[in-house]
Write a new protein. Structure first.
Ligand code: PLP
Length: 311
């Protein structure tokens, strides 16, 4: 049974009340050490959950309304519900960053199916659970690795079929992605991406993949999470007059690209230096660099910023 009637959100704790990071669990703010869920929650036993991750830099969220919108769309798709409306959720996320005393933060919102009554196997009987937390910002690759150059492995592992789990619903079905990371590490590469049934490059653990060839930017049209950073890169191509095609990415085309970059809330737009150890012709490529700079400038635009109140 899911409860959808909005309930009151507690007042935000003082700035730095839980210095270094805060959670919102069971309807209250708490230190990170209290960020726990039940062993019997289907979110754990069946990956029956959805989540979203936003970020704050220099004390302001980026495209928070878009992250919240995507989270509500994911909830609806999975027939999950939280007892908060969009504005209340926004308040809770701000509260976590404020309580953590964080200026640069990784901010997650999570809804799990919850624990059905003992012996019951009907997901409709479970009380859905909501969690949120803010941690110090997490990069997909540490800044020194970004400078020295990320080596991306194209794994032969297939992303779980979109007909089975809709990748546009942000989910914890990550075994394929995590195994692909081991594939990469075993071969001496830094991170990985996986392919679809046709062998087209889809996405990696926490990021979308773009390639540039002859001045044209390309990214996968399906089989991927529609990342907020992906959307930002797409919009920036339009703004900057850069040609863009949203279409399947054969692995061979990615290997033959002039430039490759990945997009993620955990780093924005990050250039790739090598594919399976083979250097790309341009690192960081000129188009990647333009998009990277435009991304960080866009984060400062008032329309996309949602500043945290640290008073
Ligand atoms: C599987 C997957 N693809 C892509 C992304 C990038 O999405 P966003 O730009 O919204 O962070 C993520 C983010 O965590 C992800 O988990």
């Amino acid at each position: 049974m899911t409860s959808t009637a909005p309930i009151a959100v507690p007042a935000q704790p003082p700035v730095g009340a839980f210095d270094g990071g805060a959670v919102f669990v069971e309807g209250r703010y708490a230190p990170l050490s209290e960020g726990k869920i039940s062993l019997f929650d289907w979110g754990f036993t069946r990956s029956d959950a959805t989540y979203d991750v936003a970020s704050a830099h220099n004390g302001a969220f980026f495209r928070l309304a878009d992250h919240i919108e995507r989270f509500f769309a994911s909830l609806a798709e999975l027939r999950l519900a939280i007892p908060y409306d969009r504005e209340q959720l926004r308040q809770i996320l701000h509260g976590c960053v404020r309580a953590g005393g964080l200026k640069d933060a990784y901010v997650a919102m999570v809804c799990t199916r919850g624990v059905p009554p003992r012996g019951a196997r009907d997901p409709r009987l479970a009380q859905n659970r909501f969690y949120a937390y803010a941690l110090p910002y997490v990069w997909i690759a540490p800044p020194d690795k970004q400078r020295s150059g990320i080596d991306l492995h194209i794994s032969q592992r297939r992303r779980i079929a979109p007909e089975s789990v809709d990748p546009r619903v942000k989910n914890y079905h990550w075994i394929d992605l995590v195994q692909s990371m081991f594939d990469a590490y075993d071969r001496g590469h830094d991170t990985s991406c996986v392919v679809d049934a046709a062998g087209h490059v889809t996405e990696g653990p926490g990021f979308n993949v773009f390639m540039v060839k002859d001045g044209v930017v390309r990214t996968a049209d399906s089989g991927v999470l529609e990342g907020i950073s992906r959307r930002t890169a797409i919009e920036l191509c339009a703004r900057l007059g850069i040609a863009l095609r949203i279409e399947p990415l054969p692995a061979a085309a990615v290997r033959a690209a002039d430039e490759v970059f990945i997009t993620s809330t955990g780093g924005g737009i990050l250039p790739i230096a090598r594919i399976d150890g083979a250097p790309l012709p341009r690192f960081p490529g000129p188009i990647t660099q333009r998009l990277h700079d435009a991304y960080w400038a866009m984060r400062e635009e008032p329309a996309y910023r949602d500043p945290v109140d640290y008073r």
